[in-house]
Write a protein that binds this ligand. Structure first.
Ligand code: NAP
Ligand code: MG
Length: 506
């Protein structure tokens, strides 16, 4: 519990309302109010750029999960305000929620930086506008969810379908985009009329909690959106196991995703999984070097490589390999590393000490096996706070497909680059991964690009661009990158059941 007298270890630029929020007592958002955790447990909240504690969050225990699930179930009861509300009115609340996120942009940006180590400018120009747009998009769907009338072979019989909310959903999200990952999940579930228990990652509890408050302010009835900060092993598992939870929507690692799917299976719970990736980014020789070098750099260095779809396996056609790598190296060296609150910063820290060690371990492991760090490496970048979890943008060459750094998701600003010779070869190598989240193709030859796009096993393929997302465009994985889709109409479907109603008209 932070004492009000202790001065917070936050940068001077931190807004007063954010300071107030950070020094609040550690509570959970349940049934429309902030409440003390029954567990009595807490989580220290660190600023990854300084390694210092900036707040204390509550760690929900089993009884807190029970309490939140009961609140959500009450909200879903027949006749409760949320169930009685018309679909267009639901949409209006989601729209108001969008406007509140917009009005609180500066505050949310601070939280994203301090809690998640983000670059403030990126939070304001990417994460927050995308979150707002996402809410707007799903606000629009609320009033457009329709059933069908079905022509059947039995005379004097009417058959119609109703689309109903799946019920109470647990949404478990990671730390790499605390705002966006939460909004990706919350918006479609609200549009469908579900009640939610959101569990943010232990490393980034703050944004989700603030979102719960804002959504309530926007007019959501009590219990429709509950936010339980807490640990995955305790609060997360309790949510997955709780018989009052109808669906689990999860974004995170493949390892945890498998565990969740297995546990949920015992109750035949609906599950959607957005998991890890090791996405191939393929550069052909006809793509202008400056274009592909910039594209390939952004694909791996944005958000310090902590993006599920990061273009982390780079394949460059033989003739231009050295040119592309040398331009990428220049770009990497030009990136200003620092605290995300500073205006000049382009690359922030990794999320935690643990990730810092993990990512540096991959770099050292590759170097031990004979890789070359063209730029970067595991040494702490000289210009950054030595207490923060910074890793320099790193390009590894002289690697092959047997390296752990090539096969496994690193989740840091580290790209492994290899040359390739032709299209058939590269399609096969690109697909040689248990993952299938995204892929990139850089070429002027659009016919070839589309042919390769069809050959790739990936949920999203980018041609001459990388990493864009849009509320309307489905996003998710093939293979062990998960199942189900975030965004688009496909996502809404995963929060709906179909009820078939038969009437004898005779
Ligand atoms: P993670 O360890 O799997 O955690 C994700 C969430 O699950 C966190 O809230 C975590 O809580 C919780 N959790 C952990 N163990 C759990 C359990 N046994 N039961 C229920 N919940 C549990 O993943 P992460 O390290 O935070 O995030 C990085 C991963 O997310 C990467 O693999 C990345 O590719 C993936 N990701 C995928 C997408 C996508 O759309 N496909 C998007 C973003 C990230 P704690 O915080 O307490 O561990
Ligand atoms: Mg944090």
């Amino acid at each position: 519990m932070s004492s009000p007298t202790a001065s917070l270890a936050v940068p001077d630029a931190t807004r007063p309302e954010v300071r107030a929020f950070l020094s609040g007592s550690p509570q959970l958002f349940i049934d429309g109010e902030m409440v003390d955790p029954i567990s009595g447990k807490t989580i220290p909240v660190l600023d990854p750029a300084t390694g210092r504690v900036i707040a204390t969050a509550a760690a929900a225990g089993i009884e807190d999960v029970d309490r939140a699930v009961s609140a959500a179930r009450r909200a879903m009861e027949w006749g409760a305000p949320w169930r009685r509300m018309t679909a267009p009115d639901r949409g209006r609340i989601i729209e108001r929620f969008a406007r509140l996120v917009e009005a609180h942009s500066e505050e949310i940006a601070d939280l994203e930086v301090l809690d998640g180590g983000k670059v403030r400018r990126a939070a304001l120009s990417v994460d927050i506008p995308l979150a707002i747009r996402h809410l707007e998009y799903f606000a629009g769907w609320s009033g457009k969810i329709e059933g069908n009338t079905i022509p059947v072979s039995i005379p004097d019989t009417m058959v119609r379908t109703e689309r109903e909310p799946v019920g109470v959903v647990a949404q478990i999200v990671p730390w790499n985009y605390p705002l966006l990952m939460s909004i990706w999940k919350i918006a479609p579930a609200l549009a469908a009329g579900c009640a939610i228990i959101l569990k943010p990652a232990e490393n980034t509890p703050l944004t989700g909690l603030r979102l719960g408050q804002l959504a309530f302010e926007a007019g959501l009835p009590k219990g429709v959106l509950n936010v339980l900060t807490g640990y995955g092993a305790e609060a997360g598992e309790a949510l997955v196991d709780h018989p009052g939870v109808d669906k689990v929507a999860f974004t995170g690692s493949t390892e945890v995703g498998k565990r969740i799917a297995a546990r949920a299976a015992s109750q035949v719970k609906r599950v959607t999984l957005e998991l890890g990736g090791k996405s191939p980014n393929i550069v052909f020789a006809d793509s202008p070097v400056e274009v592909s070098a910039k594209g390939a750099s952004d694909a791996i260095f944005f958000n310090a490589g902590q993006a599920c779809a990061a273009g982390s396996r780079l394949y460059i056609e033989k003739g231009v390999f050295d040119d592309v790598i040398s331009q990428m190296s220049e770009i990497a060296q030009s990136l200003a590393i620092g605290h995300g609150m500073e205006r000049s910063t382009q690359l922030g820290p990794l999320i935690s000490q643990r990730q810092h060690e993990r990512v540096r371990g991959y770099i050292d492991g590759a170097l031990d096996m004979g890789a070359t760090a063209v730029t970067g490496g595991s040494a702490r970048p000289a210009s950054a706070n030595p207490e923060g979890y910074f890793v320099a943008p790193t390009i590894l060459t002289n690697v092959n497909d047997s390296f752990a750094a090539v096969r496994e998701e690193i989740f840091g600003p580290v790209v492994v680059a290899q040359p390739f010779e032709n299209l058939e070869e590269i399609a096969q190598r690109a697909n040689n991964s248990p993952y299938g989240l995204a892929a990139g193709i850089w070429t002027k030859d659009i016919t070839r690009a589309n042919r390769l796009a069809n050959m790739l096993q990936a949920g999203t393929v980018y041609i001459n661009m990388y990493g864009a997302t849009d509320a309307a465009a489905p996003f998710g994985g093939y293979k062990q990158s998960g199942y189900g889709r975030d965004m688009g109409h496909a996502n809404l479907e995963s929060y709906l059941e179909t009820k078939t109603i038969w009437t004898n008209l005779a």
